[in-house]
Design a protein around this ligand. Structure first.
Ligand code: HEC
Length: 146
């Protein structure tokens, strides 16, 4: 192998390892949830959080994030499937800049969800429902890491 190609290969390998390390970092995808916790939290999600995401049709979270807009958050409209997708993709990580909670609570017009002028902003009580849900999910996940 030519030295140049070797170097390029090495760089690609390093970049991939870094990508893997970042993706798996800190149990962000909630790998430490037990099956029972996962099931319990899914039931809670369907009852408490899903109605908030789903209301207001096209102006709601689910209606707009239907896969046709440019966003990494693509919802199918099926509560259980969307819960599993969001857990896996890290949308419930408490302080992540791309998480549901952060975007709903943001004061920055460019970050805030729903986008200003599109649909009703969430009330503080509604934000609290999501906040508690995210905190509990995080707690159940951490418990298993120790
Ligand atoms: C009218 C359409 C619309 C509505 C309604 C809407 N969003 Fe968004 N959302 C977007 C677009 C477009 C983006 C990508 C651009 C950006 O980052 O702001 C986005 C980005 C996001 C992101 C970051 C993911 C990414 O693509 O980086 C999250 C999380 C999010 N929205 C959650 C929500 C939640 C929760 C609601 C309901 C409270 C909601 N959105 C309502 C259009 C919408």
């Amino acid at each position: 192998m030519k030295p140049r190609m070797f170097l390029a290969g090495l760089l690609i390998f390093a970049a991939c390892s870094l990508g893997l390390a970042l993706a798996g970092g800190g149990g962000g995808n909630f790998d430490f949830l037990t099956d029972a916790d996962r099931k319990g939290m899914q039931e809670r999600f369907v009852k408490e959080v899903w109605p908030l995401l789903q209301r207001q049709g096209k102006e709601g979270c689910v209606g707009c994030h239907n896969g046709k807009i440019v966003s990494s958050l693509k919802m199918s409209g099926n509560a259980e499937n969307d819960f599993r997708m969001m857990v896996k993709a890290g949308f419930f990580i408490p302080n992540d800049s791309g998480s549901l909670l952060t975007r709903i609570k943001s004061k920055d017009r460019k970050q805030k969800m729903p986008p200003p002028g599109k649909g009703e902003p969430w009330t503080d009580a509604e934000k609290d429902v999501l906040h508690k849900f995210v905190a509990d999910l995080d707690k159940k996940n951490q418990k298993k890491t120790k």
